[in-house]
Design a binder for this molecule. Structure first.
Ligand SMILES: Cc1cc2nc3c(=O)[nH]c(=O)nc-3n(C[C@H](O)[C@H](O)[C@H](O)COP(=O)(O)OP(=O)(O)OC[C@H]3O[C@@H](n4cnc5c(N)ncnc54)[C@H](O)[C@@H]3O)c2cc1C
Ligand code: SF4
Ligand code: SF4
Length: 824
């Protein structure tokens, strides 16, 4: 062993300046190919880990959170032995000493250096541009400043009517601000759209309550006491504002490279191998100028990243330039743009306008090859046009019909599957994340994926801007045939076109707090919903706004409304809670008395270690509850989409093999978790040793006590389906195990679709994704735990006692006969 260490050549030192999307991808490639080739150090001016910058707009609008867009968390750097200096800006490169020096004096020596400093937003030097409240739109700090300003109310002015400016404006509007967009040109996004399409976009933007000022030149930003108060246009118009966001373009951040004499044009000049004019220094990302071109979108940067990874380990590879496509990420506006729209000798266009349907398409052709495409209103053919742009397909044979899209090319509708079937395995499906067809098909087959969310979780395809979702669906259909069940993309019910995931997301994003508000804002097609959507909406609102949302009993299934299980003869069964399966003579006596007093025909011990009183008449229910309450018994929620039981074995109290107090922990867990409403029923078990007498390995969450603590399992099932659990993680102490369990249940409560059991949710989002959030990311686990604890303040009341007090007025009118589903 010692010999090996002596013989091992010292690893080369790789230093990276900047920790954005390009080097993030480069490192993934490098670690895949040669995990131990380099000792890696990264400096990042931003005080955070690597995240998906293109998803900042959904963070701004509240449709997602920063945690959800992190690409590599702290654990990833630690696991891969990478030193990440967060919040340290490199201010100097010493090419002679081969060192980089950060502002705080940190020095790192390199054998190979990668510059990945991205770009800087362009700030128009108008008077007042330095005032507090003038923001760019580039990183999370900008988003946080905008959200803070929005919380304080007031008005925002966004300078720039391009993609970024419109995304910022829409996000600020969703956050409740009054927003003006100031744009120098006569139409929005004039580089991509002609006047007519610009008009459609302007209408859609204004329909969102945003005021658009075109041909408007900023004269000055106005302020008082160093803070922004408004903006003055050249024509004298003054727009009041508490923030001004500049989104007028970006410049490659190449100053650091220029200072040390590297060749710099608009960006840092690199070869096809991403090498700068110094052979030990490489550059990648938006800071780069390659063959005279600078890029501002991720897909080309990811291509560069692959080439650079190969180059660094001595493989031969070349980056030869890219064409780019992008999509406006404003919910409800469909706009896709790809390629080049510059006017030029020999260029022609084909335009389709369907004004009444708000559809517009424009193709720019050169020598019968499409070089640019803009789709507005219906973007479904975007990937098809983009593929033809990239391949330089000659469209002479289908010129008459090409504008109508793939289904009509050549005059006859195509089999929608034909195009995706014809794509080669290395055909790119997700441009943002560089995922190709072969990778997706392999994941579908090897991981047993059956929906878009599964593909997203396992391959990252469609996880960024989402414009490839249609293609991913086609691939699922192509790979699984009839077995493809597009449940995840299916509407929740006949009252809406939105799926469960979208409804959950929009409830948060639009801050919707009541069922009527959801139905109004999300354009429900029925006046009052149906038996499918009302219980789901009630659950989503209850779990999203604990303490604020008032439970709507009428939107619950019959069993939950009457707090008992309806049986086939119309009578009810009543199950009192028996904490951790433990009871007492007093409780048994009370149960026996109730059985006598109300002529209960059957008293049964359930599979979950409790006693079920079957055959109780509906009108006797309040009196039964009252008697049971008097003996200290509360409802076992045996009917609820909520915590049911925590089954236990006798553990160290009585058993010779027990390593921990499994009964005590089971009771503690049940007392902690009871009353929490969940998307479907939740059952737990705790076994005192690996002999597993409590059968913990087929539960939603199972605990096996071991010498070193608690092995925590999840995602088991023993109902309609039988499934063994997966390991979630290990808790050293009872407190740690409790935190892990509460956090995973909270994550499930926040993410799952209504009626989706834990094992289905976990398979859909990916077991590893759950582990990453609960086990690897301790801060996230703690947040989830705290949210669970907070919501329990409003949940832990006994519904039987409330009902006995006359607290709830039940109308006993079922929405639908869903008893079988409720019982399962
Ligand atoms: C709001 C927004 C929306 C976008 N939407 C899309 C989209 O829909 N589609 C798309 O394809 N692209 C989009 N983009 C563009 C995309 O995010 C960028 O192309 C991509 O992030 C660039 O990657 P990069 O690694 O080159 O630079 P960046 O991701 O910008 O990372 C550069 C990093 O380097 C750090 N840095 C700079 N100088 C130093 C220094 N001296 N020392 C240490 N660290 C330094 C910076 O702090 C930064 O973290 C969007 C960008 C924004 C801001
Ligand atoms: S699981 Fe272990 S501790 Fe519990 S009863 Fe069985 S043998 Fe005993
Ligand atoms: S739903 Fe099926 S398994 Fe459950 S109690 Fe009824 S019959 Fe038994």
């Amino acid at each position: 062993m010692a010999q090996d260490i002596v013989d091992m050549p010292a690893r080369q030192k790789l230093v990276i300046i900047g920790n954005g999307m390009a080097p993030g991808r480069m490192l993934e490639e490098l670690l895949k190919r040669a995990p131990r080739a380099f000792e890696i150090t990264i400096f990042n001016a931003e005080p955070r880990v690597n995240y998906d910058r293109i998803m900042l707009s959904p963070v701004l609008s509240g449709e997602t959170t920063f945690d959800d867009i992190v690409i590599h968390d702290d654990a990833w750097y630690a696991d891969n032995g990478i030193t990440l200096h967060k919040g340290k800006r490199v201010t100097r490169i010493d090419r002679d000493a081969k060192q980089v020096i950060a502002a705080d004096g940190t020095v790192a020596a390199y054998d190979r250096l990668v510059i990945a400093t991205g770009s800087s937003p362009f700030i128009i030097p108008v008077p007042g541009h330095e005032l507090e409240g003038v923001l760019a739109y580039r990183d999370l700090d900008d988003v946080e400043a905008m959200v803070k300003a929005a919380k304080a109310g007031g008005r925002a002015v966004v300078i720039g009517g391009g993609l970024l400016g419109l995304e910022a404006a829409a996000g600020l509007r969703v956050q409740g601000m009054e927003v003006d967009v100031v744009h120098l040109m006569p139409t929005l996004m004039e580089r991509q759209l002609d006047t007519a399409a610009g008009h459609l976009l302007r209408k859609a933007v204004e329909e969102r309550g945003i005021t658009v000022h075109t041909e408007a030149n900023t004269k000055a930003i106005l302020g008082r006491n160093g803070r922004v108060t408004g903006l003055e246009l050249e024509d004298g118009t003054v727009l009041p504002a508490s923030i001004v966001v500049m989104a007028v373009g970006i410049r490659p951040s190449a100053a650091l490279a220029a200072e040390v004499g590297l060749e710099v044009g608009r960006g840092i000049v690199v070869t096809d191998q991403l090498m700068t004019s110094d052979p030990d220094i490489f550059a990648v990302g938006e800071c780069v100028e390659h063959r005279g071109q600078c890029y501002g979108l991720v897909a080309p940067l990811y291509d560069m990243a692959k080439t650079l990874a190969a180059t660094l380990i001595g493989e031969s590879a070349a980056y030869e330039g890219s064409v780019t496509a992008t999509k406006l990420k404003v919910t409800g506006i469909s706009l896709y743009s790809a390629g080049d729209f510059a006017e030029g000798e020999g260029r022609e266009e084909i335009v389709l306008r369907d004004a009444s349907n708000g559809v517009y398409r424009r193709l720019v052709l050169e020598n019968n090859v499409i070089v640019g495409a803009v789709l507005y209103g219906d973007v479904s053919d975007g990937a098809w046009f983009f593929d033809m742009i990239k391949r330089g397909t000659d469209v002479s044979d289908m010129r008459d019909t090409v504008i109508f899209g793939q289904n009509y090319a050549g005059g006859t509708p195509l089999d929608p599957m034909a195009a995706v079937a014809a794509l080669p395995d290395d055909g790119e499906i997700c441009g943002c994340n560089g995922v190709c067809k072969g990778e997706i098909i392999e994941a579908i087959n090897t991981q047993g994926l059956s929906d878009v969310e599964g593909v997203r979780a396992h391959t990252k395809a469609s996880a960024s801007c989402g414009s490839c979702t249609g293609l991913v669906e086609q691939l699922l259909s192509f790979t699984l045939g009839d077995a493809y069940n597009p449940a995840a993309v299916q509407p929740m019910c006949g009252c809406t076109e939105l799926g469960h995931g979208d409804v959950r997301r929009l409830i948060v994003a639009k801050s919707l707090k009541t069922i009527p508000e959801v139905m109004q804002e999300l354009e429900w097609s029925s006046s009052g919903g149906c038996a499918k959507c009302r219980p789901a909406l009630n659950y989503y609102l209850l779990s999203t706004w604990p303490g604020e949302y008032q439970d709507d009993a009428q939107s619950r299934f019959i069993n939950e409304r009457v707090h008992a299980n309806i049986q086939k003869d119309g009578t009810y069964s009543v199950v009192p809670r028996m904490w951790g399966g433990i009871t007492s003579a007093k409780e048994l006596r009370a149960i026996a008395d109730v059985a006598d007093k109300f002529d209960v025909p059957t008293v049964k011990v359930t599979g979950g270690q409790r006693i079920d009183l079957l055959g109780i008449k509906k009108e006797d229910l309040p009196a039964v509850w009252s008697d049971l309450n008097d003996a200290g018994l509360v409802s076992g929620h045996a009917y609820g989409k909520s915590l049911r039981t925590v089954k236990t074995c006798v553990g160290t109290d009585w058993c010779r093999f027990g390593t921990q107090d499994s009964t005590g922990f089971g009771i503690r867990l049940e007392r902690f978790l009871w009353g929490s409403w969940t998307p479907a029923k939740v059952k737990l078990a705790v076994s005192g040793c690996p002999r597993n007498c409590a059968e913990a390995t087929c539960k939603d969450v199972g605990v096996i006590c071991v010498e070193s603590g608690y092995e925590i399992h999840f995602a088991g099932a023993a109902g309609l389906e039988i499934k063994g659990t997966e390991i979630l993680g290990h808790g050293k102490t009872e407190d740690e195990a409790l935190e892990i369990i509460a956090a995973v249940i909270q994550l499930y409560r926040e993410q799952a679709y209504y009626l989706e059991r834990i094992y289905k949710w976990a398979a859909r989002v990916g077991y590893d994704t759950v582990r990453e959030q609960i086990i690897d990311d301790v801060a996230r686990r703690r947040d989830l735990f705290e949210r669970f604890v907070y919501s329990q303040c409003f949940s832990q009341s006994d519904p039987w006692a409330e009902r006995v007090k006359g607290g709830e007025a039940h109308e006993f009118r079922p929405l639908a006969d869903l008893t079988q589903m409720a019982a399962e």
